[in-house]
Design a protein around this ligand. Structure first.
Ligand SMILES: O=C1O[C@H](COP(=O)(O)O)[C@@H](O)[C@H](O)[C@H]1O
Length: 458
């Protein structure tokens, strides 16, 4: 199949038509490039957003072929003896390469620094055209163009609505002038070292997570002879299974803590300890005395104090204390609930803010069981590594909210996870990442996956 010439190849987002990659093989002038981009956009402008059909367009004597895939559309313009079929084959070959290349996409960003490392979905040396995008002010809440509030955050809002229309976290503060001081939430300031890793499937993600844990374990054991890892409950536990097959991990040096625990008996089906035993701990040789379980049979307040005591008892060799007086846990593994809660830090609750305490009691959890204990945000953010694992379609909506839409501080606790002197990794799979608009992420430092404003300290 012969083709005379390919004049240009462009990859653009389907929504908005923002160019993420373009290559001109002929000396197009700047106005011609603009016309060509517009002609390409027009070729697909009337397609339904989820259409997978190829489209055709015209630019001067050239013929445009457009192949949509996922959130992106690939375009090529042929010149002279054009051949649409050949152009379409070229594009499909490109799409296959692209999919292979980003089967595991690692997007690393630093929220305020201009540097970013690792493979980015934004190809090197390409231009992200900000056309049709409003400029973001760094001082106000930045709502991404893909968010649900084009006019900005509604003026009266205790929580917010999920994209599904379900009301997600309702504020529990009663507000000024009633009989309580509303909690004050702020985004932590400063740089945050964030990676978002998107695996193809949940199995790949679990294997990737095992690698992350193995690395953190090896580094900690090398540095201080022990590895402290805080586990969450819920769906996370299933993803820990591949750890049981790792012969490269020295489990005898592990100290297993709980990022949160339900205040129930150890053999209760609600117990995070029981889930962790069944899913992992019974299959790896961690000494039983190095698994720190919640004290049974006492109220949440005493259970939290007792648990903090267990952590303190580990001593600085195993669990060093930071200058801020917080525990420096080697790795905190978190899940994220559909309302944005992490550990047992629920939206708009007093726990969703900094605290000098390491472990907090909860007596009225919106998700049963009501009594729980949780690491405080300050303790989580003092960790050397934090991983938030969110897999499957059920997490897609909250992942998009947390990573792409700035909420009021406190409304989405997962947005408050920002290790002060550590690394944060989001572990996703294709299903949970499917609502993300990764192609719109600008990793140059002007914006980041976290649309975080410098919220003034109140
Ligand atoms: O109640 C809890 O929920 C979260 C999220 O659980 P998931 O099943 O929706 O992933 C979990 O991370 C936390 O540890 C647990 O106590």
């Amino acid at each position: 199949m012969a083709i005379d010439r390919v004049g240009a190849v462009v990859i653009a987002t389907r929504q908005g038509g923002n160019v993420v990659y373009e290559r001109f093989y002929e000396p197009f002038s700047e106005p011609e490039k603009g016309e060509l981009r517009e002609a390409m956009h027009q070729a697909t402008a009337h397609q339904p957003p989820d259409s997978a059909d190829e489209a055709l367009g015209q630019y001067r004597s050239g013929r445009i072929v457009a192949v949509p895939t996922g959130e992106l559309c690939f375009y090529a313009v042929g010149h002279g003896e054009y051949n649409e079929l050949a152009l379409s084959e070229i594009l499909n070959a490109l799409i296959n390469i692209y999919k292979q290349l980003y089967r595991v996409a690692v997007i690393q960003a630093n929220a305020t620094s201009k540097s970013h490392r690792g493979k980015s979905l934004r190809a090197n040396g390409t231009q992200q055209v900000p056309a049709r995008k409003p400029e973001a002010s760094p001082r106000i809440n930045v709502i991404s163009p893909v968010s649900q509030w084009p006019e900005g955050i509604p003026p009266a809002m205790g929580g917010h609505f999920m994209e599904s229309g379900a009301a997600a976290p309702l504020s529990q503060s009663r507000g000024p002038g009633i009989d309580t001081t509303p909690p004050i939430y702020t985004y932590p300031h400063g740089d945050v070292d964030v990676s978002v890793v998107i695996h193809e499937t949940s199995d790949h993600a679990a294997k990737g997570l095992a690698d992350l844990v193995a690395q953190a374990s090896a580094a900690a054991i090398k540095a201080h002879g022990a590895f402290t890892v805080a586990l969450s409950g819920g769906s996370l536990v299933k993803s820990l299974a591949p750890l049981a097959d790792r012969s490269d991990i020295d489990f005898s040096r592990w100290h297993v803590l709980f990022a949160d625990e339900r205040n129930v008996a150890h053999d209760s089906p609600d117990s995070n300890l029981l889930a962790a035993r069944e899913g992992l701990l019974s299959k790896i040789p961690v000494p039983a005395k190095q698994v720190l379980a919640i004290r049974e049979g006492v109220g949440a307040a005493l259970a939290a104090t007792h648990y903090a005591g267990l952590l303190l008892n580990l001593g600085p060799g195993v669990l060093p204390v930071t200058d801020d007086g917080q525990p420096r846990i080697d790795l905190v593994l978190l899940g994220v609930g559909p309302d944005g809660h992490v550990a047992s830090i629920f939206p708009n609750t007093p726990e969703a803010r900094d605290s000098p305490d390491w472990v907090l009691p909860i007596t009225n959890s919106p998700k049963p069981p009501p009594e729980r204990i949780t690491l405080s945000l300050s303790a989580i953010n003092a960790a050397a590594n934090v991983a938030i694992v969110a897999l499957g379609q059920g997490k897609a909506e909250i992942v998009q909210r947390v990573l792409e839409v700035q909420s009021l501080p406190g409304a989405l606790p997962a947005q408050l996870v920002r290790p002060k002197h550590g690394k944060l990794t989001w572990v996703l799979d294709a299903e949970s990442a499917k609502e993300l608009h990764v192609a719109d992420w600008d990793l140059s430092g002007r914006k980041s996956p976290f649309h975080r404003s410098a919220v003034p300290n109140l």
